[in-house]
Design a binder for this molecule. Structure first.
Ligand code: NAD
Length: 250
């Protein structure tokens, strides 16, 4: 029996083939969940969903557009009748220094990471409140905790630190409804988020700072998301869980 048997889950930004969202969606499906993959491109979302099994759903949804978030959640609620799990995984990063951050950089990074997490959480709350159950897992980053130094710039650290605050405040607000909010802080995980901009020197420097001596795998993060989504973590809310190979021990 899987840990998520009979559960319905949304994972945002899960179309990226080597990404944390796709690995999470796949692991949830293996544990019995029915999963909706939301991403910018409809065909990519549908293909990713089909790849993990025929009952799963792929939808286009830009998480910075609240109407699009509402429309996606309305469509899923109509189909499933409930939503048990939301993983706010959609995110972007940019390797900029403080003085290079222009308005457009700030808006893009803050909006996808932080505004998107807020909007998706907002539109899922009424159904989770009605159910009196739900688990929301937000993707923060070690960059929020240690002040960057991995790949993303200060605006990325700020957005991911914002996610920690949002997670804790919403955990407190919705605990009486038995809705849990937790954050994952991944360290350096080998995915495509660095968009080919990670040089061998940067990689070497990052690896030197990881006591376990290796980059993380997407499955390392997916396993943590499974724990937080499932009833194994029933009494955990407002937590931040480090998945970083020891690169920040505090
Ligand atoms: P990725 O680039 O492989 O995947 C991100 C996905 O988000 C893509 O499919 C992209 O299309 C989607 N996306 C981007 N903007 C969107 C929007 N506006 N609406 C909907 N979807 C959108 O990235 P990843 O490495 O799998 O990262 C997943 C999450 O984990 C991100 O939030 C990232 O910041 C966080 N994270 C990653 C690492 C790492 O080392 N890879 C470390 C810490 C945190």
């Amino acid at each position: 029996m899987g840990l998520l048997e009979g559960k319905f889950a949304i994972v945002t930004g899960a179309a990226s083939a080597r990404g944390l969202g796709k690995a999470t969606a796949k692991l949830f499906a293996e544990h019995g969940a029915t999963v909706a993959i939301l991403d910018l491109d409809e065909d990519a979302a549908k293909a990713a969903a089909a790849d993990i099994g025929e009952q799963h759903v792929g939808l286009a949804c830009n998480v910075i557009d609240k109407d699009a978030c509402q429309a996606a959640v309305d469509a899923l609620t109509a189909k499933w009748g409930r939503i048990d799990i939301l993983v706010n995984n959609a995110g972007i990063t940019q390797p900029l220094k403080s003085l290079q951050i222009e308005a457009g950089n700030y808006d893009a990074v803050m909006d996808v990471n932080l505004r998107g997490t807020l909007y998706m959480s907002q539109v899922c709350m009424p159904i989770m409140q009605q159910q009196k159950s739900g688990s929301v897992v937000n993707l923060s980053s070690v960059s929020a905790q240690r002040g960057g130094g991995i790949f993303g710039g200060p605006h990325y650290s700020a957005a991911k630190a914002g996610i920690l605050g949002l997670t804790k405040a919403m955990a407190r607000e919705f605990a009486p409804d038995q809705i849990r909010f937790n954050a994952i802080c991944p360290g350096f995980i080998a995915t495509d988020i660095t968009g080919g901009k990670l040089t061998p020197e940067m990689k070497e420097m990052i690896l030197e700072g990881i006591p376990m001596g290796r980059a993380g795998e997407a499955s390392d993060v997916a396993g943590c998301a499974l724990f937080l989504a499932s009833d194994l973590s029933a009494y955990c809310t407002g937590t931040e869980v480090d998945v970083n190979g020891g690169s920040l021990i505090h």
